[in-house]
Design a protein around this ligand. Structure first.
Ligand code: SF4
Ligand code: SF4
Length: 119
């Protein structure tokens, strides 16, 4: 139904990627840091959430998760990624991938990057 390997990683560009304490602990362990150092370096407290993933600039989507490889279009911390990234988008369809597949067929370009915003 969807193939993340063929996708430019739209879901990693969501502005609100909320982590919990265990996610931050996992990131800290993965990087050999203490909890506080990892919290400061990788997350920020916004929208009433304690730990929201920090972002960086991206040519396609404007901003994207700081752990996203913007050239290879994949996660650089796959085994240490937060719970929300593990469960998304579930067993069903990915709405963005449906849109992407439609656009790629319409453009006759298998590498077309379809953009949209998060509203
Ligand atoms: S937007 Fe959908 S297809 Fe693309 S990486 Fe995320 S889950 Fe996979
Ligand atoms: S941690 Fe990895 S999978 Fe999760 S949003 Fe960041 S780049 Fe994407």
């Amino acid at each position: 139904m969807y193939n993340c390997r063929k996708c430019p990683g739209f879901c990693c560009s969501y502005p609100l990627i909320a982590l919990d304490k265990r996610d931050v602990e996992r990131l800290a362990r993965h990087h050999g840091l203490g909890f506080e150092a990892a919290r400061r370096k990788f997350t920020k407290a916004v929208w009433g959430r304690k730990y929201v993933m920090r972002q960086k600039a991206d040519t396609h989507f404007g901003k994207i998760c700081r752990f996203f490889d913007i050239k290879k279009r994949c996660c650089t911390i796959y085994h240490a990624r937060p719970g929300v990234c593990r469960s998304y988008p579930g067993d069903g369809r990915c709405g963005y991938y449906d849109f992407l597949s439609f656009e790629r067929r319409a453009q006759d370009d298998p590498k077309w990057v379809a953009t949209t915003d998060h509203k």
